[in-house]
Design a protein around this ligand. Sequence first.
Ligand code: PLP
Length: 406
Amino acid sequence: MNNPTLPALPLVDEPLPQPKRFGAVELERLTAMVQQTSMFYWKGPQTTALVDEFRRHHPLKYCLPCSSGTAALHVAVSSLRLQPGDEVIVPPISDMGTYIGVLYQQGVPVFADVDPRTYTLDPADVRRLITAKTRAIMAVHLAGNPCDMAALTAIAREHKLALIEDCAQSWGACWQGRPVGTIGDFGCYSLNDFKHIGCGDGGIVGSNNDRYGPGLNNWADKDYGRTEGGRDPETLAPNYRISEPQAAVAAAQMTKLPDIVARRNRAGELLTQRLAGTPGVLLPVVRPGDTHSYWFYMLRLELTRFAQPRAEIAAALTAAGVACSVLLVRKAAYRWPVFQNHNIFGGTWPARDAGLTTMDYRTVNCPTTEAIIDDCVKLPINEAMTDAYIEKVARAIRTVLKRLEK
Ligand SMILES: *Cc1c(COP(=O)(O)O)cnc(C)c1O
C-alpha cells in the first residue's frame, strides 16, 4: 500500500484501447453469403473473394484458404512428402501449430536457438543443426518481426532445404520491402481470433513454387483432386477446408489489413523511440529495411540492474497502469510435456520407436531462448492505440524502472 517505490496513481490513466474489429464490411459480405445456395468453399464466391483480396497484398501464384494456421502449416509440410524421421528445423518460441504438421507427418522438429534481440531463428544455429536428414527450415516471424531471410534463404539453397514461412503473427510485415510469406517456398497465415485479422478460425497457405503449389488443395481436402473432378485419393490427407462464412469475414477483414498494420507499426516504433536509452531495458531490434507489424511488443530487462525479480517489476508496471505480461511465453516449446515425454501418438513416438531418430527433447537446451523467457516483458499493441496512449505507456515504464533501479 505505502510502498514508496510504487507511484501513487496509475501513470497510464486510461484503459487499454479496444479496437472495433467487425462491422459493416463483414456484415455486407455475410448478407451476400446467406443468399447463396451453398456454403462450400470450392469455387465459392466468398472464398474466391478472399483469395483475390489476399493476392492484392501477397504476390503468390498458388493460394489456398484453409481452416486454421495450423492447417496451413500442415499442408506446407505435407507437400514436402517427408519420410519418417526427416528433420525440420524450428524455433522454440512459437505456437504449437508450428510443430503439429511436422509431427503428424512423422517428421522430427529440431529446435534451433533464436537471436537475443530479434527473437527469431539464429541462422548460425540453424546451420549447426543441419544433418543428412534435414528437409526444411520453419521461419517463424515472431510477433511480426521478419526473420533474417537473406541468411535463411542462403542456407536453404546451399543445402537444398525447403523454407516454410510461419506468418501467423506477422500479417503485413515486410522483409526488405517484400511481404513475409512470399520469400520462401511457402507462406502460412492464421486467421484465428487473436491475430491481426481473423474470422474466428481460418488460415491461408500460399506458394510461388511450381513444384508444391498445384498440390496444396489436395493436402487440405482429403486428396480428392477437385480440379480433375475425381475422388480417388492416392495418399492420406485430412479435411482442412475453410467454409464460406469464414471466408466472407476473412475477405472483409483483408480490406482492413493495410490500415491495421500501419497503425500497429506506428505504435510499436513509437514505443521503441520513446523507450530508447532507458537503463535496464533491451529493446527489440528490427533490421534496417524491414517492417515489423507488432502482433505484440516484447522487450527484455537486464535483471542485474534491478533489486526486484521480474515478477515484482511487472507488478509495479501493472500498478502504474501499464498492460503487460511476463507469462505469455512461459517455456521453450521443447519443455512442453508433449516433447519432454515424447508423447506424440498415444504415449509413443513411432519415428523414434522405429529407430528413425535419436532425438531426446529432455536434452535440448537453447540458452538464448531460455534467457529471453526469463527476462522478457510482453506489452500488447493494437490498432486502436493513439500516439498519446503510447507516450503515456513509455513514460510510465521509464518512471517505474527508474524507481526500481539498484
Ligand atoms: C497462431 C499461430 C499458429 C497457429 O494458428 P491457428 O490458426 O491457431 O492454428 C501457428 N504459428 C504461430 C507462430 C502462431 O502464432
